[in-house]
Design a protein around this ligand. Structure first.
Ligand SMILES: [Zn+2]
Length: 317
């Protein structure tokens, strides 16, 4: 009998792990919010944690950081969406993968998910110069030949995480409605659905258009906070309208039954790490200004020619 009780206890029936959460969600306060994650998941208290605040003045420009090679992004696939209790995961097939981007080896995609805020509140995990953005997309890739996070966690670059920040725009993102509708079909912890004919390229740009990004070494942003992640935060932002944002925050519930909102971990100390950038953010801004300048000169010239033409027509008559 003792042996039976002991084995049952080993299977954590006697000591169920206290669940973690983003905010104090239970009335009895039994779930662990981010300030207490490290109590149960010691790695969450480590020195290479994510997300971080990226200070653009302090990033080290590393022009040798090359473009990525994306595979399977234009393929049409059916993907499963699962409400995992803390967020919703969009499971990607292994035919979606990446190489390059200054990473050694080949990485197979596992899933993507989003972090968002509440109605009118931003909810990205990474912040840039202290600014939090409306939403953040994470695409999780596991290095070959590892098959799971458990296998990859002993390699400091066992996981490649691609992050895209969203900016609020007047127009809808043309392909986010499929995502929003799918979230509406997985309202509760454990529920799942399928998206037919999904293409990752519809959500994110082609690799050739993603030359500017930040790179640093960090961790998963949920427990167990495994410190095995090569992070890529792209400078290019994805668009989302305010209507789409408010639809997203309405769709799902956490495992506690509370509305799934504000699902982001607070930023973590850099602890001496360096954030690299494939291009300087200020150079990028300057380039945009040059383009805008050239465009306005061109428009001015066209306008002048048009006025001249009209004037000629009138004087001939
Ligand atoms: Zn994430």
């Amino acid at each position: 009998l003792f042996q039976f009780i002991y084995s049952v206890c080993l299977n954590k029936v006697c000591f169920p792990p206290a669940e973690w959460c983003y905010r104090k969600q239970n009335r009895d306060d039994s779930c662990k919010d981010p300030s207490r994650w490290a109590v149960q998941f010691p790695r969450c208290g480590g020195l290479r944690q994510s997300p971080i605040n990226i200070i653009t003045q302090k990033v080290q420009v590393e022009r040798s950081l090359p473009l990525f090679d994306f595979f399977g992004h234009t393929e049409t696939v059916n993907i499963t969406v699962k409400n995992k209790g803390h967020s919703a995961h969009f499971i990607l097939p292994q035919s979606v993968s990446l190489a390059g981007g200054g990473l050694s080896g080949h990485y197979r995609a596992a899933q993507f998910h989003f972090h968002w805020g509440g109605s009118g509140r931003p909810g990205s995990e990474h912040t840039i110069d202290g600014e939090r953005f409306p939403m953040e997309l994470h695409i999780v890739h596991i290095k070959e030949p590892y098959d799971s996070l458990a296998e990859a966690e002993h390699d400091t670059a066992g996981i490649a995480l691609l992050a895209f920040l969203f900016e609020e725009t007047a127009d809808d993102h043309p392909h986010l409605d499929t995502i929003i509708a799918a979230l509406g079909r997985v309202p509760n912890n454990g529920s799942s659905t399928v998206i037919l004919d999904f293409r990752l390229r519809d959500i994110i740009p082609a690799a050739r258009d993603l030359h500017s990004y930040y790179r640093y070494v960090g961790s998963m942003t949920t427990p167990g906070c495994e410190q095995a992640v090569a992070w890529t935060v792209f400078h290019t932002m994805l668009s989302i309208s305010s209507q789409q944002l408010s639809a997203i925050v309405e769709q799902c519930r956490f495992w506690t039954g509370q509305p799934m909102r504000d699902l982001y971990r607070p930023t973590q100390p850099l602890d001496g790490r360096v954030v690299y950038s494939s291009k300087s953010a200020t150079a990028q801004k300057r380039a945009n200004h040059v383009w805008l300048g050239a465009l306005s000169v061109l428009l001015c010239c066209c306008l002048k020619m048009l006025i001249k033409g009209l004037h000629k027509n009138f004087t001939v008559k």
